[in-house]
Design a protein. Structure first.
Length: 131
């Protein structure tokens, strides 16, 4: 009976070892991933694997690393979204400004005065009228 229990404990320990090394592999893949969404997904998978073997020696250290990687990735995604939104707003502001200058008969690039009889050019930036 004792031998059967010992064999069962060995099998459980071996299974935990396998899960631990798989979790380490997934965490390393997450660290090396270039795509932020993929990095976050892999880090979350590593967290699940490490949590499934809670109490295993040194799993907590790597679990913490995986959690930090997820937080870092989430911050980068939020920053990228913020930058993208700002760029869209700036492009929209410039388009509105250019439209106003065109409607006023001015250079659409700088708002300068257009001069010339056959081909009009901006006095400020020397670009031709192209609208």
């Amino acid at each position: 009976k004792y031998k059967a229990l010992t064999e069962n404990n060995r099998k459980k320990a071996k299974k935990k070892d396998e899960v631990f090394y798989k979790a380490l592999d997934v965490l390393n893949q997450a660290k090396n991933a270039t795509n932020l969404m993929q990095k976050e997904s892999l880090a979350r998978n590593a967290i699940e694997l490490f949590e499934s073997i809670a109490g295993y020696s040194s799993a907590n250290t790597f679990l913490q690393q995986a959690k930090e990687l997820v937080l870092e990735t989430e911050k980068k995604v939020e920053e990228n979204e913020r930058i993208s939104k700002e760029k869209c707003e700036e492009a929209e502001r410039i388009a509105i400004q250019q439209r106003g200058w065109r409607n006023a008969g001015r250079c659409q690039y700088c708002g300068g005065e257009l001069k010339g009889f056959f081909s009009k050019r901006c006095v400020s930036c020397s670009r031709p009228k192209d609208y």
